[in-house]
Design a protein around this ligand. Structure first.
Ligand SMILES: Nc1ncnc2c1ncn2[C@@H]1O[C@H](COP(=O)(O)OP(=O)(O)OP(=O)(O)O)[C@@H](O)[C@H]1O
Length: 774
């Protein structure tokens, strides 16, 4: 009876642990690299009677990448318990019986005395689990030793591919040699991670040209880069490559059509939307309807992901959509270094299908699989062992110890393993390393500091006093994080006021739709690339992304919607909401102001006008790019510059790829057009604007990488003039504190190896204190 009771208690304890595991797993899922709960809903373009379909997979898929370390008490106990699982019940009972009996106690006593004499060396849980993994999967033992031994061939130059009308630079020919070798290796692809603007596109086109028998190649790119790919291919391959742009309402739905092309170009959002319609369908009045995805039914030779960090969230529907593509060779292009973003790297490894790094392994049997499949939320579909007994190779050997120990001890070893893997699958060169090949002119960055005029100062002071009072009361009550949404919105208002008071005083009404215009609920501007949260609030993609990424709470559980303050759930990579053009009335701030009468410009806008006047010269046009995060600011600048006699063009997120392309071409080719106004939300990445040599950044932001990317639009191959980047800062406002904070964070990026970029982007309570501390 006692024995039975003991057994029953024991089994109950085990269940309790399973439960707490399931809970904690859910918790850590929130801590995944995107730090938000992906929203699975999406709407099919232009179908009014379409209902949102949930993605059942997203919720179901557990993420071993996020399992708490085996060092946690919970997991340690379960592992110990589960050693019994393979034994017959009678033996388990015997052990349990023995432990309660006199004989058992005597034995234990003996064991304890023995233990005192020769203490066993303590084995860490990591080592214990590693050994279990190796026992069941002996082939894993040699993975790292072999990688370490692998000979990385000395860089050689491939011949210039026939048919390419552009001469590849020496380091690009080396890149081509590496691409060819890598594609024919067991990895079937890899990551080309040259710094921005060094010609990753050109090198990939050269790879396609080097063997035209293999086709088609699918290139997935951000919308802003789509036409650039087409132009680069058309210009530099003398018509040798037939290109199909899979985008827009008239795209084909015939698989055979695509097979006739060497290159198919599409965007992440189109790919995600066609995949969703195929996998989950959409509801019409007549019932659930699924639609076959053309892109997922072609056997591509190769798939190239441009700006591959778009799939950094492996739980996002975009990552799922790319993983389901059929291709023999897989490539990722990204200009951002991977070493510092270990969690994000995993998503790329999964797309590249690098074995054994992308797989899951059972520590109880030889079961291994590419997918995490636990239909009953407890047992593996393949082997029946419980979740806890499965390990993600990448997570176990690389991620977990870094998360736990940083760059020390076992964390350092894990970091070394990552380096070894990257050596085999990634090529990265920097502009500094290849300065001789590139022949790039210098790049000078300056901060122009101005002071508010009296009227602006009064307005700013009253807003600031109010904000500081609120912030201090949150600090006193210890509720800073609970009020993060409020604080973030208030900082946005202060930044807008530093640009021009009208951005705050004349902003659009609080509702998220006004006259067909979607209004971002964070910046209160017309939303750029609008996306929607589960609670149905709409934001510019960039505004909400920055909001999510800046929140420092590790679990992200307390992150709330800035509007309704319930827990925020939003898929940052969802397709933008299409604006209904029939009911759309452009609500530019200019149309809401009396510009002819009493309107006053601002200190910052006048500072820009002064800079641009100083650039004017009689014998040549010096072209400039002006970046702002706020579209209304760009509207005001546009109006003011036109009055001052400057010809301008503007790039906004609401433009179609063709409109963007035409606007860029107009700026590049029209000698009279001096200023290009670019919304940071629309044109921060993947733009080639090297006709310009001056960059003006209107509103500083604490994430330095956004500004670096802006500068890289003009400091790239093809630039022959020195590039000057001017950052505007109103000295007596929050902007000067932001710049200081930015410098602090930039130093951190350089100083740490295990600091992921998300951490740098976060605004900790300490950072907030720093911002309000004047
Ligand atoms: N060998 C070359 N000769 C002349 N121009 C070149 C050469 N290689 C690249 N370029 C030009 O340099 C510019 C930058 O190249 P590309 O867009 O391929 O860079 P990238 O590394 O993909 O940049 P990003 O990371 O910003 O997307 C393009 O305009 C391209 O035409």
């Amino acid at each position: 009876m006692v024995e039975e009771g003991g057994f029953i208690r024991r089994s109950r304890r085990r269940n309790a642990k399973r439960m707490s595991y399931a809970e904690s797993d859910e918790d850590v899922k929130q801590e995944s690299d995107t730090e938000y709960q992906p929203d699975a809903g999406v709407k099919k373009e232009s179908d009014e009677d379409v209902e949102i379909i949930e993605d059942p997979e997203i919720k179901k898929e557990e993420d071993p990448g996020e399992i708490p370390g085996p060092e946690s008490k919970e997991e340690q106990d379960v592992d110990d318990d589960d050693d019994d699982d393979d034994k017959p019940l009678s033996q388990r009972r015997k052990r349990s019986r023995g432990s309660g009996s006199k004989e058992g106690q005597q034995k234990r006593g003996k064991r304890q005395t023995k233990k005192k004499k020769e203490p066993k060396p303590k084995i860490s849980n990591f080592d214990r689990n590693t050994e279990k993994l190796f026992q069941q999967h002996p082939q894993l033992r040699s993975v790292f030793p072999e990688l370490q031994k692998a000979v990385i061939p000395a860089p050689e130059r491939a011949p210039q591919p026939a048919g390419m009308t552009i001469r590849l630079l020496p380091f690009q020919l080396e890149g081509l040699y590496w691409l060819e070798k890598q594609e024919n290796s067991k990895y079937n692809g890899g990551v080309l991670s040259d710094e921005m603007g060094m010609g990753k596109t050109i090198q990939m086109i050269a790879l396609i040209m080097s063997n035209l028998a293999h086709s088609p190649t699918l290139v997935v790119a951000p919308t802003v880069a789509l036409m650039q790919w087409k132009n680069e291919i058309d210009e530099h391959t003398g018509g040798a490559l037939k290109v199909y742009v899979f985008h827009g309402a008239n795209r084909t739905n015939n698989v055979a059509d695509l097979k006739g092309y060497q290159v198919v170009l599409t965007t992440y959002s189109v790919l995600e939307s066609v995949y969703r319609l195929q996998a989950y369908g959409f509801r019409r009045k007549t019932g659930l309807k699924k639609e076959r995805s053309v892109l997922h039914n072609v056997d591509f030779y190769r798939v190239v992901l441009d700006e591959a960090h778009n799939i950094k969230d492996r739980q996002s529907s975009t990552a799922k959509a790319v993983n389901e593509l059929r291709a023999q060779k897989r490539w990722c292009l990204t200009g951002t270094p991977l070493q510092n973003r270990i969690g994000e790297m995993y998503s790329l490894i999964r797309f590249l299908d690098v074995e054994p790094f992308s797989g899951y392994y059972c520590i109880k049997c030889d079961c291994n699989s590419k997918r995490w499949r636990f239909s009953d939320n407890m047992h593996c579909d393949h082997c029946g062992h419980v979740m806890m007994q499965h390990r993600s190779f990448f997570n176990h050997f690389m991620l977990k110890n870094i998360q736990q120990f940083g760059a020390e001890g076992p964390g350092y070893e894990a970091f070394q393993r990552i380096q070894v893997l990257l050596k085999s699958i990634m090529l990265r060169r920097t502009k500094v390393e290849r300065a001789d090949d590139l022949g790039l002119p210098p790049r000078i960055v300056t901060v122009r500091r101005d002071y508010f005029n009296e009227e602006e100062k009064d307005l700013y002071r009253s807003l600031y006093t109010d904000v500081k009072r609120k912030f201090n009361s949150y600090v006193e009550e210890g509720v800073v994080l609970n009020n993060y949404a409020n604080i973030f919105t208030l900082i946005t208002r202060m930044r807008q006021l530093a640009d021009h008071p009208d951005l705050v005083l004349k902003r659009l009404p609080g509702s998220d739709a006004s006259d067909g215009v979607i209004v971002c609920q964070l910046c209160n501007d017309e939303a750029e690339e609008p996306i929607e949260s589960k609670c149905h609030h709409r934001f510019c993609r960039l505004c909400i992304k920055e909001y999510v990424e800046s929140f420092m709470e590790e679990s992200q559980k307390r992150l709330t919607c800035p509007v309704c303050h319930i827990g925020l759930s939003i898929d940052l990579s969802q397709q933008s909401i299409e604006v209904d053009m029939d009911s759309f009335h452009k609500q530019s701030i200019v149309s809401r102001l009396n510009m002819q009468g009493t309107w006053r410009s601002s200190t910052k806008i006048e500072a820009l006008v002064e800079e641009l006047y100083n650039l004017r010269s009689d014998n040549r046009t010096i072209k400039s790019i002006v970046f702002s995060q706020f579209t209304s600011m760009l509207d005001l600048i546009d109006w003011r510059l036109k009055r001052a006699g400057f010809e301008t063009v503007k790039l906004q997120g609401s433009m179609s790829p063709t409109q963007r392309d035409e606007t860029i071409k107009y700026f590049m080719k029209n000698i009279r057009c001096e200023v290009f106004l670019v919304s940071l939300k629309a044109g921060g990445v993947a733009l080639n604007l090297c006709e310009a040599s001056q960059v003006f950044i209107m509103d500083p932001w604490w994430n330095p990488s956004v500004e670096w990317q802006s500068g890289d639009r003009v400091h790239r191959i093809g630039q022959y003039r020195p590039v000057k980047i001017t950052r505007f800062c109103i000295e007596d406002s929050i902007e000067s504190r932001i710049i200081e904070l930015q410098e602090k964070k930039a130093n951190m990026i350089n100083a740490t190896i295990n600091q992921d970029e998300a951490a740098i982007n976060r605004l900790t309570p300490g950072d907030l204190q720093f911002l309000f501390n004047n």
